[in-house]
Design a protein around this ligand. Structure first.
Ligand code: CAO
Length: 428
């Protein structure tokens, strides 16, 4: 015969009027003895109140946001006929909750198949691959971050997982799949520790502030964005002749027009034609931008910065060249304002003034593509009847394969090369 019994908050020490932050069951749920029913969180600790016996939840008597103290009635549970009372006390956040051993989680194909062993909390089958030691609030934070807590190494006492460990895990997470879980985890060996001085003279030089800031951002972009790079070449023979002409015609003090100014302008037109390149990924949505703010990578003594030319689509080539010269100079002097580097939709990295035949630029998140330009060279190009000396500009387009695909990238580059080969197409 089964009976309905009230469940009250047991002895929770000095805590009083503690807010309920999470209800973990609902009426109709079957619970084992010790299944966590709700989570309380005071300023100092997080506690889970477990079911004192096995049975079926009939009614919940508290809601998220309510407060409870020792003795507060929180639920009514119809006790199972053979229920064994639990010895469990609520688990304060300062203590550890030990997750079930991996064999249990791994052998269960689904939550429904899982049978919690006696005297262990009911399984939270999130695919944990190792026993996790963590307070309820840390486990909740892990759920919010979508992290499988069993994959995180704890740095606290006895390997306890701390909030900082979760944040560190997110930062270092690579696309490597964790065996058996299908989940992603770092799974990387530690950084090689080498005593370089053993092999010869060395000098230790601290990274510049700029590199310390940009390095982790570049690493994040490289690790988290599935990059693919397409290559193409634009015949810029006529454009180069035009560029030289307008530079000769330019007034005293006019900024020199370089190929990059044309590339920036042409990119705005291609972005208009292929709006999915002028976008950012936001969860499962794509944010399509109706503005055209273009960044360009600028080399400075302290490292790389990416100033942004706003509304480049509305500006003429000379305006773009002038603005680029000002921003590049400010970048070199370390005088760019944060706002000068914000709001970019798409970036261009030009190494044309320096050299090289091509490179694979890293996407500047949250943008979805970046264009690289290498040094233009005169090459013999077959015109159908004979070879002609033509100036060829090597271009590379790195793009985010979560958002774009190779065909789209090929079309984008075709379009851009077409514009650069005959700049009159800009007017079309
Ligand atoms: N092919 C051939 N020549 C090129 C060229 C190209 N693709 N691009 C520029 N040039 C020429 C210019 O015409 C100029 O020649 P002249 O002095 O004879 O007129 C010379 O190279 C120098 O140009 P520049 O570099 O001063 O000007 P820019 O507009 O091309 O670039 C800026 C400006 C700020 C982008 C550049 O100075 C710079 O910092 N580039 C480095 C970007 C970078 O580091 N990218 C890598 C990022 S990943 O680490």
């Amino acid at each position: 015969m089964s009976t309905i019994k009230d469940v009250t908050v047991p002895d929770i020490g000095d805590f009083k009027n503690i807010p309920v932050i999470e209800i973990l069951v609902k009426p109709g749920d079957s619970v084992a003895a010790d299944t966590p029913l709700l989570t309380l969180e005071s300023e100092k600790a997080t506690l889970e109140v477990p079911a004192p016996f096995a049975g079926t939840v009939v009614e919940l008597l508290v809601a998220v946001g309510g407060t409870v103290s020792e003795g507060t009635r929180i639920a009514r549970i119809e006790a199972a006929a053979t229920e064994q009372p639990s010895q469990a006390l609520p688990v304060p956040g300062d203590q550890l909750i030990e997750e079930p051993p991996p064999a249990i989680a791994a052998s269960a194909g689904s939550a429904a198949e899982a049978v919690p062993p006696p005297n262990l909390p009911a399984l939270s089958l999130e695919g944990e691959s190792a026993p996790a030691h963590a307070s309820p609030s840390v486990r909740q934070f892990a759920r919010e971050l979508g992290i499988e807590i069993g994959l995180v190494n704890g740095s606290g006492p006895k390997g306890r997982i701390l909030r900082e460990d979760l944040l560190g895990f997110v930062k270092s997470r690579s696309a490597t799949a964790s065996e058996g879980t299908g989940a992603v985890g770092p799974n990387l060996p530690p950084w090689p520790q080498v005593d370089f001085a053993k092999f010869g003279a060395i000098e230790r030089v601290p990274l510049s502030r700029l590199r310390r800031i940009s390095g982790p951002n570049l690493a994040r972009n490289w690790v988290t964005i599935p990059h693919v790079t397409n290559f193409d070449e634009a015949d810029v023979t006529d454009l180069e002749a035009f560029r030289l002409k307008i530079n000769r015609e330019g007034a005293q003090g006019d900024a020199k027009v370089t190929m990059l100014a044309f590339l920036l302008k042409a990119a705005t037109v291609s972005l208009k034609a292929f709006p999915e390149f002028n976008a950012s990924l936001d969860g499962e949505d794509l944010i399509l931008k109706r503005y055209y703010h273009l960044g360009f990578a600028a080399d400075t003594p302290n490292g790389l910065v990416v100033p942004v030319i706003r509304d480049a689509n509305r500006k003429g080539i000379r305006d773009i060249a002038r603005e680029m010269a000002v921003l590049a100079e400010q970048a070199r002097q370390g005088k760019l304002k944060p706002t000068d580097m914000q709001g970019g939709c798409f970036s261009i990295s030009s190494l044309g003034g320096i050299g090289g035949t091509g490179f694979t630029p890293i996407i500047n998140a949250p943008e979805v593509a970046i264009l690289g330009a290498a040094r233009a060279r005169t090459k013999p190009l077959w015109d159908g009847a004979q070879f002609q000396p033509r100036l060829s500009l090597p271009l590379s387009l790195s793009w985010d394969h979560r958002v774009l695909d190779g065909a789209a990238a090929g079309r984008f580059l075709n379009h851009l090369c077409g514009l650069m080969s005959d700049f009159r197409r800009i007017l079309l």
